[in-house]
Design a protein around this ligand. Structure first.
Ligand SMILES: Cc1cc2nc3c(=O)[nH]c(=O)nc-3n(C[C@H](O)[C@H](O)[C@H](O)COP(=O)(O)O)c2cc1C
Length: 379
């Protein structure tokens, strides 16, 4: 399993574990995989604290971070984040706010207690202004070996700063065209994410996308993402030319995942056919469990979801109310997850998930070898 990328990063298995939860990232890195912490949910101050704790937890193991710099940032990176946040929040159309509140109240989800703020009101996610701060902080932490950008190629000055510090730059993509743009921007690792994946995702299925991207950017290493939930799928990704895999959904139902019990239960009982690509969370298509929230935004008379980051500021209230009242919000909780959710059948420890992936990969490789051996014997 030790591909070139393992040697470059000093890891045992080319399994990249993306999570917004520090404990998952730490456990994955400690188990020989490569944990990647998603920065988008943290203020710069929170993020700095998370990385300090992560450094302590992983010892000398490497890990990565993932920031969100949208290709078309409507906000302007140069503005003071607080001014920007106020301007954006005040600019959200009343009709959208009211519609979101109506979905929640009709589903019986109580309002937040008076004076409680939700992330949409204090946190500027998914903007270049915030991501720039996240990257500055990441570069102060020596165990961070990879900085990934979720949406499009990172801006040139960001690529330069990351590379100059001796780290690798990764970029996610959903089309070979995107991958070529990443390559031209100097990205070191390309993550090809098929439509099956959780979170922001394109339209091309993994089995078609992975080899297309490998071909488009070779010799740049490609990690296969979107629908990877077993070692056999890792073997398939390697056969299709990937140097490793990048998984997100798989870690949501681990013991270390900070999702509440209700959210974990919903994921465990969901089938692969229960997800939908919806603009209702961030304004860009992203995959999540289908429910009353996603269906409400799809209705013909619903307001059109706003562009990033405005829709994100609206849906943050839904997420905050769902966290405060998980049982009451079962029908409307935003649950980003990929189609591999059908395989998430129990709560497991992160390190056991990594070990199972490796074991299953070896079994799959064995099956292939047996076919080859039988073929040799026959001829
Ligand atoms: C809950 C959740 C949140 C995600 N958030 C981000 C994110 O902030 N940045 C990012 O680059 N990718 C994000 N993703 C996508 C993952 O990085 C990864 O590409 C995807 O999960 C792979 O497909 P899989 O879900 O089938 O494993 C998210 C995925 C999930 C499931």
């Amino acid at each position: 399993m030790r591909t070139e990328i393992c040697k470059r990063l000093g890891i045992e298995f080319p399994i990249f574990a993306f999570s917004h939860c520090r404990d998952v990232v730490a456990e994955a890195s400690k188990a020989g995989a490569f944990g990647v912490l998603g920065a988008v949910g943290f203020t710069p101050e929170q993020f700095a604290r998370e990385l300090d704790l992560l450094d302590k937890a992983v010892g000398d193991r490497p890990y990565g971070v993932d920031v969100v710099v949208p290709t078309h940032d409507v906000t302007g990176a140069e503005k003071d984040p607080e001014t920007l946040r106020q301007e954006l929040f005040n600019g959200i159309p009343q009709a959208h706010q009211a519609y979101a509140k109506k979905i929640l109240s009709e589903s019986g989800v109580p309002e937040l207690p008076q004076g409680t703020k939700h992330e949409g009101e204090y946190l500027l996610r998914s903007t270049a202004a915030t991501a720039r701060r996240h990257v500055e902080i990441a570069l102060q932490h020596p165990n961070v070996r990879v900085v990934a950008n979720a949406l499009g190629a990172p801006p040139p000055e960001m690529v330069q700063a990351i590379k100059a510090s001796g780290r690798l730059v990764a970029g996610l993509c959903g089309k070979p065209e995107h991958a070529r743009r990443h390559a031209a921007a100097g990205v070191d690792i390309i993550v090809a994410q098929g439509t099956e994946g959780g979170g922001h995702t394109g339209e091309i299925g993994s089995v078609v996308l992975w080899p297309e991207v490998v071909e488009a950017v070779k010799p740049i290493p490609v990690l296969a993402a979107g629908g990877v939930g077993s070692g056999a799928q890792i073997a398939a990704a390697m056969v299709l030319g990937a140097q490793g895999v990048w998984c997100g959904s798989l870690w949501l139902t681990t013991i270390e995942s900070e999702l509440n019990e209700t959210a974990k239960e919903l994921l465990i009982s969901a089938k692969s056919s229960d997800t939908v690509r919806s603009r209702s969370q961030t304004g860009k298509p992203s995959r999540m469990l289908r429910n009353r929230w996603t269906e409400a935004w799809d209705k013909p008379d619903a307001p059109r979801p706003l562009p990033l980051p405005l829709q994100d500021m609206i849906s943050a209230e839904c997420s905050a109310r769902a966290r405060a009242y998980p049982a009451k919000a079962r029908e409307v909780t935003i649950n980003p997850v990929g189609q591999i959710v059908g395989r998430l059948n129990q709560v497991s420890r992160t390190r056991d998930v990594v070990a199972a992936l490796v074991e299953e990969y070896l079994e799959a490789a064995d099956r292939l070898n047996k076919i080859l051996e039988a073929d040799l014997y026959d001829s």
